[in-house]
Design a protein around this ligand. Structure first.
Ligand code: TYC
Length: 103
């Protein structure tokens, strides 16, 4: 709190620990139409994966129905979800991307 912070200054204590922000996982969902190569490019461009890791995540989604692309603070997760949606829309692919609280 503000009062704790003032006491820290006056008494020269260590700062109170602050709570870590809530984290969100960005999840890709499988569908029957989006090309595998497009999903790999999305994972490379938007989530910074190398080709091997991107292919691994894409195949996990393909086989299991969903897969985590990364875990971020709320705003960064929301921005990346929107970037995936725009990239998919631009090519008319039905690729779905969601965010959910990290367990
Ligand atoms: N199932 C798609 C296909 O067979 C590939 C795919 C993978 C689509 C991952 C979406 O999130 C996805 N072409």
């Amino acid at each position: 709190t503000q009062l704790d912070n003032q006491r820290e200054i006056v008494l020269d204590r260590e700062p109170a620990k602050v709570a870590p922000p809530p984290m969100y996982q960005v999840v890709l969902l499988n569908d029957d139409y989006t090309p595998m190569e497009f999903v790999v490019v999305v994972l490379q461009r938007i989530f910074g994966k190398n080709e091997d890791e991107a292919a691994r995540i894409m195949l996990k989604v393909h086989h299991e129905g969903r897969g985590v692309c990364g875990v971020y603070t709320r705003d960064i997760a929301a921005t990346r979800v929107e970037m995936v949606r725009r990239m998919a829309q631009a090519r008319q692919h039905p690729l779905q991307c969601i965010m959910e609280p990290a367990p």
